[in-house]
Design a binder for this molecule. Structure first.
Ligand SMILES: CC(C)(COP(=O)(O)OP(=O)(O)OC[C@H]1O[C@@H](n2cnc3c(N)ncnc32)[C@H](O)[C@@H]1OP(=O)(O)O)[C@@H](O)C(=O)NCCC(=O)NCCS
Length: 173
């Protein structure tokens, strides 16, 4: 039984989610991408109107994990091109390596399965070794390497990782 409580993000949570994202991004990506790219991507993805639109979209889900009363992190999932994608996963530096990321991944996997998907995917920066190691621990393997133009003169240099979802199909022998 996980020690984390997972619940959906609601509009009043959004300022705290955006602040948490900025803190985690600064400590994770400085040294991987430039400060200019961090600022551009945070503005693009974590501005209040964008986050609110994400909450209202029928095929996007934003959940947060609490450790007692402390918000440990959040995860965003969506259906992208017919696949179930873990689109964001950010745990506060003080809460990392205590299982919150794993709990949010398990929650997303159960949701994907409930919707009938047989695998889930994610994109991770090729230089983000701690995250790649976490994803391997939770059953993901690298499917392909991609380079995407995200505008503003910036690119994302990522691996797409995929995890099969366990399907128990009794009676099919
Ligand atoms: C990557 C991340 C989501 C994992 O969540 P977490 O709650 O820290 O991870 P868990 O406690 O569930 O699992 C721990 C595993 O993650 C990996 N990991 C996490 N932090 C790590 C670090 N600093 N160094 C090396 N491995 C690390 C290891 O595989 C670790 O397993 P181990 O402790 O048995 O060695 C989280 O550390 C995080 O938010 N990192 C910064 C932001 C980020 O990179 N997000 C992913 C973007 S694609």
């Amino acid at each position: 039984m996980s020690r984390f409580i997972i619940r959906p993000v609601t509009p009043p949570d959004l300022p705290a989610i955006a602040a948490l994202a900025r803190e985690v991004w600064q400590s994770t990506y400085l040294g991987i991408i430039t400060q200019a790219q961090i600022d551009f991507m945070l503005e693009q993805r974590y501005g209040y109107p964008q986050l609110l639109a994400d909450l209202e979209a029928p095929d996007k889900w934003l959940n947060q994990a609490f450790d007692k009363k402390c918000r440990a992190g959040f995860a965003a999932c969506e259906i992208r091109k017919g696949e179930y994608k873990l689109d964001k996963l950010y745990i506060h530096p003080k809460s990392q390596r205590r299982g919150a990321g794993g709990a949010l991944i398990d929650h997303a996997a159960a949701h994907a399965q409930k919707l009938g998907y047989h695998h889930m995917i994610l994109a991770v920066n090729k230089q983000n070794e701690p995250a790649i190691s976490a994803y391997r621990k939770y059953g993901f393997t690298v499917r392909e390497a991609i380079m995407s133009d995200i505008g503003g003169g910036f690119v994302m240099d990522d691996y797409i990782m995929e995890r099969p979802l366990a399907w128990d199909e009794p009676g099919c022998d």
